[in-house]
Design a protein around this ligand. Structure first.
Ligand SMILES: [Zn+2]
Length: 341
């Protein structure tokens, strides 16, 4: 099956006539790696796939070395959606459903995660090399704005971006059983100044015959509006079916023809779970010896399954005793060392 999949691609681009940047992403393999590990109802799959496309777009958009974690905390039949994207485009995702509750085939986002108005959305930026005492940055918004509940992942994210980054950002997202895809357009902070002020040479604009001198501001504003209008012509089916390269040519062929669009080397999103025995050991240590002792008493051993990849980690009484020896706590890792020999 793998060899029939289209390679996963994230394509960044930048307009020369104005400080507007964009990205297109399309993932099959990465998305399939998530889906084959879990059996989610169709509306949950769509919601998670759209979040995955959005996480790739936002992560690639940041100059930041670390993990971007998107969490949707639900108060309905879906309790939690988590997507993580690292700077190298490594991704993983999972959803947690409320036990004993069912998700209707036609369930809306509000019904799934904001049934009682307590749903909220969070983005955490966790730097790879944290300074001593440095906490990860987290921004949280409710799943509603002044007009009422937000009905799509797209609306939730655009609301989030406006509340936190205060940059005009537009998103188009789509996901089905095969593909997770999306497009992002963003107006950069220097927008609204003259072309001279942006540092972008206006030469490409002149080639189209458009007036240059004294019209810098007008040209700027037009580029953002035009790019968004073109984005609005994008159909969900198109986003799912076509590669970023095809879509880029379809939407912005005029800019490409005039060399008014800078297209960067594509990035490659891929699935990888960073869970490990030492990390699970660290988590068990943080629970404390009493807690672990009572689990052992009840079940004979401690068994942990990774929510993202399904990997099973088992700690027998000997392993658990080692977690709390002085030597082990001092190094903070290596709980499974004796098993690896
Ligand atoms: Zn894992």
């Amino acid at each position: 099956m793998t060899d029939t999949l289209t390679p996963d691609t994230l394509q960044k681009f930048l307009f020369d006539a104005a400080p507007v940047r964009g990205e297109l992403v399309r993932m099959e393999t990465t998305w399939q790696e998530v889906l084959r590990r879990h059996a989610y109802p169709a509306p949950v799959r769509r919601m998670l796939g759209e979040m995955m496309a959005a996480a790739a777009l936002l992560s690639a958009n940041l100059k930041f070395n670390g993990a971007l974690v998107m969490q949707l905390h639900g108060d309905g039949p879906v309790r939690m959606l988590v997507v993580e994207c690292l700077s190298d485009m490594t991704m993983r995702a999972t959803a947690k459903l409320a036990e004993g509750e069912t998700v209707a085939e036609d369930a809306t986002l509000t019904q799934m995660v904001n049934a009682h108005g307590h749903g909220r959305f969070a983005i955490t930026l966790d730097p790879k090399d944290k300074l001593p005492g440095q906490q990860p940055y987290q921004g949280i918004v409710p799943l509603a704005d002044e007009h009422g509940p937000l009905g799509s992942i797209c609306a939730v994210l655009e609301h989030y971006m406006q509340a936190s980054e205060q940059l005009d950002t537009r998103l188009w997202l789509a996901a089905d059983d095969r593909v997770a895809a999306g497009m992002l357009l963003q107006k950069l902070p220097s927008y609204g100044g003259t072309i001279e002020g942006t540092g972008h040479a206006p030469a490409q604009v002149g080639e189209t015959g458009a007036p240059l001198v004294g019209h810098g501001r007008a040209q700027d504003l037009d580029t953002w509006d035009r790019a968004c209008q073109l984005g609005n012509t994008l159909k969900t089916e198109e986003l799912l079916a076509e590669t970023p390269d095809t879509l880029l040519h379809r939407l912005f062929w005029e800019d490409l023809q005039d060399s008014g669009l800078r297209v960067f080397e594509p990035l490659t999103p891929h699935f990888h779970c960073s869970c490990s025995r030492p990390k699970v050991a660290g988590m068990l240590q943080s629970l404390g010896q009493d807690e672990i002792g009572s689990i052992l008493e009840e079940r004979g051993n401690v068994e942990i399954h990774c929510d993202f990849c399904g990997q099973r980690y088992e700690f027998d009484p000997v392993d658990c005793a080692q977690l709390f020896t002085t030597a082990h706590v001092a190094t903070g890792a290596g709980a499974g060392a004796h098993q690896q020999h």
